[in-house]
Design a binder for this molecule. Structure first.
Ligand SMILES: CC(C)(COP(=O)(O)OP(=O)(O)OC[C@H]1O[C@@H](n2cnc3c(N)ncnc32)[C@H](O)[C@@H]1OP(=O)(O)O)[C@@H](O)C(=O)NCCC(=O)NCCS
Length: 200
């Protein structure tokens, strides 16, 4: 069995530098304020669909690459992403992003969302999120919930930009699982679970 830190805390290179395009480790990534000078790039359309059995391995690889694991701790549970329904986003042939979800009471819970660093800032994450919201509406759900960690400023930015609101902070919840302090985005210690919610 993996060490606790490997299961829940260790994060390999997953993000792509907005300036030079190089992949960057969580720990080395930084936040920078920019204006809207970055041009919109014309990219192939993103197709989002329910993951088929054939997509499973690729989705697993995306989660493994972005989170360093396929088990996620959120809302007081440890979940195996392999066992969850998922959406995948396809830009060329292989899935460029994946979103795992489940029902949590009267809400759709986004358990994990990962875009291949190669395709980040191409609309993949936004399309996956929009499709998850459509799915929740089709299921008659009024809320969509997601959680991330205190260090994950790109995710906190991404979700709040798309109408999600901070709902709860669960202090030290991640440390309770890792049993040690692990450096996350920009070296910020990964400690707390931050829960966000959007009313549909
Ligand atoms: C957070 C994450 C999922 C975002 O995914 P993404 O695919 O990069 O998201 P998008 O491309 O839809 O949006 C990102 C930005 O790219 C911009 N963008 C999208 N298409 C673009 C294009 N064609 N040209 C230029 N910019 C574009 C978007 O406008 C957005 O910026 P904004 O929010 O300032 O408007 C991704 O960074 C990731 O996988 N992170 C690691 C895992 C993680 O932290 N997951 C979340 C926790 S569960």
């Amino acid at each position: 069995m993996d060490k606790p830190s490997d299961q829940f805390g260790a994060k390999p290179a997953v993000l792509r530098c907005a300036r030079c395009g190089k992949f960057v480790d969580w720990e080395e990534a930084q936040v920078q304020v920019v204006c809207s000078c970055r041009p919109r790039i014309d990219l192939p359309p993103v197709l989002v669909r329910e993951a088929t059995d054939a997509d499973r391995a690729a989705a697993r690889e995306l989660f493994q690459q972005d989170f360093g694991r396929t088990e996620i701790v959120a809302f007081g549970e440890v979940m195996d992403l392999d066992q969850m329904p998922a959406l995948v986003a396809v830009m060329t042939e292989q899935p460029a992003g994946a979103l795992a979800y489940r029902l949590l009471g009267a809400a759709l819970h986004i358990v994990a969302l990962a875009t291949d660093p190669m395709w980040q800032r191409s609309g993949v994450g936004g399309h996956l999120l929009a499709e998850a919201e459509l799915l929740a509406r089709r299921l008659g759900l009024q809320r969509i919930v997601v959680s991330t960690t205190n260090d994950n400023l790109p995710a906190l930015y991404f979700y709040q930009r798309r109408g999600y609101r901070l709902r709860d902070l669960v202090p030290d919840s991640i440390i309770a699982h890792t049993r040690q302090q692990v450096p996350g985005f920009a070296g910020i210690p990964v400690r707390d679970e931050v829960r966000l919610e959007k009313t549909l």
